[in-house]
Design a protein around this ligand. Structure first.
Ligand code: IVH
Length: 665
């Protein structure tokens, strides 16, 4: 591959990782790996200016913008820090500063907290706004959520703070809170957060601030901005800020030699494991604000600061065996079985090998000594092989070609890294997975049927498809281990109640590939019954707003399978809702047909979600941001100034709550 081809490959890869990280909150690679790829791209782009592209991943710093929050432009952009991974690079930074300033200077060393950054604005000593980093220029207004964080002062004490200033810091979820939250989520069978950073940023983006309050977030502040700060030193200003009521870390030290900086780094690389919150490096800042101004900025980061990132913890151990897990969707995950080894506080025996390409890339043999790393993910991963120590090894690790559970051949879908078992109707984990999905809260919401119970019913041969749930008998359940009459009655009651679940959720519960909650809603509204949907052609389907060819094909394929049709017939006989109820229909009107509506602000009569539902029920469409095509804005109190301005500019009408309710009455 030549360098230009590599540029294109890197851009594609980085765009994907950006999306995984910022949109899905589910990174596939660690920060360090990401930074290395980004650096490689930056270097190559510098070498090949003819390949310049405004949309290259190097042109942005990522975004956590979310359409449900009002967006606010930062008064001072929120820049990032240049990262380094070696002591040599820290020395380079130090020497460069020394050369540029040509006078004595101090470096303030502090922890790099691994949470989600926030910018707080205070006016006359009162918190007026809290905004996320967003894309660095604009962020989401999350003031209500931030106000629930006890360590953030709503009103300042002491004196000497400027009338109007910003303070920035990191919102964190302490390790203990994170672990407890994940335990609770596991019990409720909800997806786990990969790390406290994702948990903190996910929490901050919740629409309901009372849930935010219950999550016990914390915050450290580390950067003051504004006119008329009390001192010239960053360190001294932060000590003042602590007196005004801000939580400022004690782990801050002014160093006047490179040796002192290195000592700080080495000490805290070990000691950080005892801190209650996650940290991922050390930030070095030139202490004097005057000197900071002299050093200035690059387009993305200050020249007066740098982040030294800690190495992820790594261990070396023997690979004994590779086993394969079959997930609920049929995806196959290769798992390395290892000699137990201590890593970052826990004993690791198994690690993910991700997919066939990763195994191939590692050139792995049974008996190899492998490096295991705990990155941002819960499950450790194999990052390399110690080929030097390779002797007396076993067979080369070859990815399987048949499902370990049912023996069916595996397949790979276009654009996906994973292999899948093709036997989706009879492969045990897939059947159980389908049933688990069917009974889950957002689908049929059948209480009392957790993973273990479903497994038990399956082992006993009582269920093979979702339709079998409706023929379960109380005595059969009651005679099972750990069950009794009472559990049997409860389970059957839950199953009986599920017959009232509206059609749109039944459609989601069927687990048709690519038909998620929202798509199911759209389809139910358009086709109104399973029979109409089953007889729809590809053309009929893609006529529907937001249904593309991929979804349409998957639906056609689903209904082309005789076994699915039989299952639907059995559900129908059991009384499951397979069409929109009459009563539901009466709630629906077309008063807002063809209208695109943006909701903004705080409301008195209904919640935002209720207004969204009302808009949909009356035939309107909810949209996230204002454009020429917006029909009107449903505005509550405190509509964001940026939105207001945009609405005025584009001539989009604004409607208040009362007028809106009258309109749809
Ligand atoms: S100072 C101009 N200090 O690291 C830079 N940042 O890559 C001002 N961070 O977005 C930031 N701990 O979220 C600073 N002690 C610390 C920090 C810190 C964590 C984060 C922050 C920022 C990112 C920079």
């Amino acid at each position: 591959m030549n360098e230009v081809e590599r540029i294109h490959q890197l851009r594609e890869e980085l765009h994907r990782h950006n999306y995984n990280y910022y949109v899905l909150n589910a990174p596939e690679i660690g920060d360090q790996e990401f930074d290395f790829l980004m650096r490689e791209l930056q270097d190559l782009e510098e070498k090949h200016p003819e390949c310049k592209d405004e949309n290259s991943p190097t042109m942005r710093v990522g975004s956590d913008l979310n359409k449900n929050f009002t967006q606010v432009t930062h008064r001072y952009p929120m820049l990032s820090l240049a990262n380094t991974y070696s002591e040599a690079e820290v020395a380079d930074f130090y020497n460069r500063v020394q050369k540029d300033l040509n006078e004595e200077f101090e470096v303030c060393c502090e922890m790099k907290f691994d949470g989600t950054s926030i910018s707080l604005t205070y006016e006359d000593g009162k918190l007026v706004r809290a905004v996320t980093r967003g894309d660095g220029t604009k962020g989401d207004d999350v003031t209500d959520n931030v106000k629930t964080i006890r360590s953030i002062p709503l009103v300042l004490h002491g004196e000497g703070y400027p009338r109007d200033f910003e303070i920035r810091g990191e919102i964190l979820m302490p390790w203990l809170v994170f672990e407890k939250l994940n335990e609770e989520r596991e019990a409720r069978e909800e997806p786990l957060f990969a790390n406290p950073r994702n948990a903190a940023s996910g929490t901050l983006k919740l629409q309901n601030s009372s849930v935010v309050a219950s999550r016990k977030l914390d915050a450290y502040l580390y950067y003051l901005l504004g006119e008329g700060l009390p001192c010239d030193g960053h360190y001294e200003n932060m000590q003042e800020a602590a007196r005004w009521g801000f939580k400022v870390s004690d782990i801050m030290r002014k160093c006047s030699t490179l040796q002192e900086v290195m000592d700080f780094i080495r000490y805290w690389d070990k000691e950080r494991k005892n801190l209650p919150v996650a940290t991922d490096g050390i930030v070095l800042k030139i202490n004097s604000l005057r000197q900071q101004r002299n050093l200035g900025y690059t387009a993305k980061s200050p020249r007066w600061a740098i982040a030294y990132k800690f190495q992820a913890e790594r261990a070396c151990t023997r690979l004994n065996k590779v086993t394969y897990q079959v997930g609920r969707t049929g995806a196959i995950t290769p798992v390395a079985n290892l000699d137990p080894v201590q890593l970052a506080g826990t004993v690791v025996k198994r690690a993910s090998l991700h997919n066939a390409d990763i195994i191939e890339g590692l050139d792995l043999y049974i008996g190899d000594m492998v490096y295991v790393e705990k990155g941002g993910e819960i499950i450790p991963k194999i990052v390399g092989v110690d080929k030097e120590s390779r002797f007396m090894i076993g067979d080369k690790v070859k990815f399987i070609t048949r499902c370990p559970e049912c023996g069916s051949p595996l397949t790979r879908y276009e654009g996906e890294a994973a292999h899948y078992c093709t036997n989706d109707m009879a492969c045990p984990p897939q059947i159980k997975g389908k049933i688990e999905h069917f009974v889950s809260r957002k689908a049929m919401n059948i209480d009392g049927l957790g993973t273990e119970t479903i497994d038990q019913f399956y082992q006993e041969g009582m269920i093979r498809t979702i339709a079998d749930l409706y023929t379960l008998k109380a005595p059969d359940i009651a005679r099972l281990e750990r069950m009794g009459k009472k559990s049997a009655v409860n389970i059957l009651e839950g199953i009986r109640e599920s017959k009232n679940v509206p059609f749109e959720r039944v459609l989601f519960a069927l687990g048709i590939r690519f038909v998620g909650e929202t798509t199911a809603k759209t389809l139910a509204k358009s086709f109104r019954s399973i029979d109409a949907l089953a007889s729809a052609t590809l053309d009929d389907l893609i006529q529907v707003d937001e249904i593309g060819v991929k979804i349409a094909q998957s639906i056609i394929q689903y209904f082309a399978d005789e076994r699915n049709l039989q299952q639907i017939e059995r559900l129908r006989e059991s009384g499951v809702q397979l069409e929109m109820a009459e009563m539901d229909m009466s709630d629906y009107t077309d008063k807002l047909a063809g209208q695109s509506i943006v909701i903004s602000g705080v409301f008195a009569h209904h919640s935002r979600d209720e207004y969204k539902e009302l808009i949909e029920k009356n035939g309107g469409k909810n949209v996230g941001s204002i454009s020429k095509k917006t029909s009107f804005i449903l505005a509550g109190d405190n509509m964001g100034p940026a939105k207001l301005e945009k609405a005025k500019k584009l001539g989009v009408p604004i409607m208040n709550e009362e007028d809106f309710l009258r309109l749809i009455e």
